[in-house]
Ligand binder design. Structure first.
Ligand code: SAM
Length: 293
């Protein structure tokens, strides 16, 4: 199988659509202005969150949206994919000043600036926005020290979503001891860059930096077959998750190679047979920062 990160992010859309906490989403919708909004999204990948917010009719009439991602492959993919997505959704698109993209329909327009950079290297050069979005991102970075620089990108709200929180479960059980051992080691490998308990720790971290939690709730991934098949491209999503496992644990000194190979083969077969269920626990937050622009 060919593993493509942009295709993984595309396949993840329907999983995230179900997962995003709808109470937190409603609180965000209630807090957004009706006329114009500036947004900065960090670790925005290929732009699926912008597409989602437009699909869900969340955004006001006029939006200035800055998307930052460290991968230039993702940014170039976004530049090509968003106009295609826009056309399929009945929106027009055009390239305007300095490579910005404008997406528009009769009621709304979004001016999109795409930046390929490590957010921590550009944080001081990006204008503050009314809304910061960090989706499936905060568990990849060092907290709490990254929180203040990231929150400095907003003068009002931050919507911090899909923060991993310490549960990764595959069903049906393969071998209880091996399943638990692999989950434990997988979570341990996450500690190299981020934290496998980001969700719960954010309560304390946010309080420490003076951000007020407006709403919080679970946003678990629940991927399951119906009548032996998965929605959309979710079988690919599951294969990609197993690929993450293989990359993270393939050479781990505490992983017995043959047992892991059998585990991976069994999980891949369960996908093919439409039997694998995959669960992760994650948390969403809407916070208000106490800073005036
Ligand atoms: C799990 S992906 C999520 C992407 C997107 N938010 C989504 O859910 O479709 C995390 C993204 O963060 C980006 N990333 C990681 N570290 C970054 C950094 N320091 N600055 C900017 N982007 C970063 C990666 O390139 C990747 O696209």
């Amino acid at each position: 199988m060919e593993y493509s990160f942009p295709r993984y992010l595309l396949a993840k859309q329907s999983v995230d659509d179900r997962a995003l906490n709808k109470d937190v989403l409603q609180a965000l919708k209630a807090a957004l202005p009706a006329d114009s909004l500036s947004v900065v999204e960090v670790g925005g990948g290929i732009g699926t969150m912008l597409a989602r917010l437009l699909r869900w009719d969340m955004l006001p009439e006029s939006v200035a949206y800055t998307l930052i991602d460290a991968s230039s492959e993702n940014i170039e993919y976004a530049r090509a994919w968003l106009p295609r997505w826009a056309a399929s959704a009945g929106w027009g698109s055009e390239t305007i000043r300095q490579g910005e993209l404008r997406l528009y329909n009769a009621q709304r327009e979004v001016c999109l600036r795409l930046i390929a950079a490590d957010v921590f290297e550009v944080v001081e050069h990006v204008p503050t926005a009314q809304l910061l979005i960090a989706h499936a991102f905060l568990d990849l970075v060092k907290l709490p020290e990254s929180l203040s620089p990231l929150l400095s990108l907003t003068n009002n709200l931050a919507w911090l979503t899909l923060n991993f929180d310490g549960v990764t479960t595959f069903l049906p059980t393969f071998d209880p001891a091996l399943d638990a051992h692999l989950e434990h080691l997988y979570h341990e490998t996450m500690m190299a860059h981020g934290d496998h308990q980001t969700g719960r720790k954010l309560f304390g971290y946010l309080e420490r930096v003076g951000a007020r939690i407006v709403a919080a709730g679970a946003s678990d991934w629940v991927v399951y077959p119906q009548d032996g098949s998965y929605a959309g491209d979710e079988a690919y999503f599951l294969h990609f998750i197993l690929h993450f496992f293989e990359q993270s644990l393939g050479d781990h000194p505490e992983v017995e190679r043959e047992a892991f190979a059998r585990w991976l083969a069994a999980r891949r077969q369960q996908i093919a047979q439409g039997k694998l269920v995959y669960l992760t626990h994650q948390m969403d937050f809407l916070v208000a920062v106490r800073r005036l622009s």
